[in-house]
Design a protein around this ligand. Structure first.
Ligand code: ADE
Length: 245
């Protein structure tokens, strides 16, 4: 996958992709991430990327010309069919694991990091395929949001995670994960549940599934509405509800 991040502050995004798992994915050739400085696509002396809003009002708006030129240049240079252009903005659709899975199917993503009070509307209308928000709060710009999206997408690319890990994982089925433990078996009076030490893998699997259901019910009951549960899991859920009512 090729990912271009268009920003006026490339420095903000240098750290996240030079460390740990995302760097390893890039080193292994699973993804090629480029930071594109929007000012490269300005031609005036001041390298101006923003301007005052027509009609007056507070703040500055990102101008259309540098953004159009940047995206068109990146598309022209692309060796992949079907580039997908994303604008990070609090006005976008809320990002979640489902959207991450959809984006992981694309070959080339261009993420535009919004800034200041906004982006010229013609960019949204004619350049952008999807607007994404990472949550109901306002950041000073789209850079950190873009880092979140890239991280969530890259870890879903084929070859990034062990097969087992991705199948078992939180949200792949829209349930929260069961509790995890490692050595020591007892710590400060807190014991690891004996079933996990039993070596009985079918019992362990059953315990984990139940814990997962219980945790989801307690913390994110909204997720259960979309979960595909077996009849015996529905019965178990009813038991939990009774115990807690
Ligand atoms: N830019 C500012 N706030 C944002 C948010 N919550 N999500 C995406 N981009 C943003």
């Amino acid at each position: 996958m090729k990912i271009d991040l268009v920003t006026i502050f490339p420095g903000i995004l240098e750290g996240p992709f030079k460390e740990s798992m995302i760097k390893r994915a890039a080193d292994r050739g699973l993804v090629d991430i480029d930071l594109v400085d929007l000012r490269k696509y300005t031609y005036d002396r001041h390298r101006q990327v923003d301007d005052a809003p027509y009609g007056g009002g507070y703040g500055m708006i990102l101008k259309p010309e540098p953004l159009f030129e940047a995206v068109e240049d990146l598309k022209n240079k692309s060796v992949c069919e079907g580039t997908w252009v994303i604008l990070l903005t609090p006005q976008g659709q809320r990002f979640n694991q489902h959207r991450a899975l959809k984006l992981a199917e694309k070959k080339h993503l261009i993420l535009i990091c919004g800034r200041y009070e906004g982006v010229d509307e013609r960019v949204r209308v004619a350049l952008v395929d999807e607007e994404i928000s990472i949550g109901d709060y306002v950041l000073t710009g789209g850079e950190l949001a873009a880092a979140v999206v890239v991280d969530a997408v890259v870890r879903l690319l084929p070859g990034f995670l062990e097969d087992e890990a991705s199948a078992d994982e939180s949200f792949s089925e829209l349930l929260l994960e069961y509790p995890h433990y490692t050595r020591p078996a007892a710590y400060r009076g807190m014991e690891v549940p004996p079933v996990l030490l039993s070596g009985n893998h079918s019992e362990i699997g059953c315990w984990r599934r139940k814990q997962s259901l219980k945790r989801t019910y307690e913390r994110r009951p909204d997720l259960l509405q979309q979960a595909d549960l077996l009849p015996k899991e529905k019965v178990f859920l009813e038991e939990i509800k009774k115990q807690q009512s």
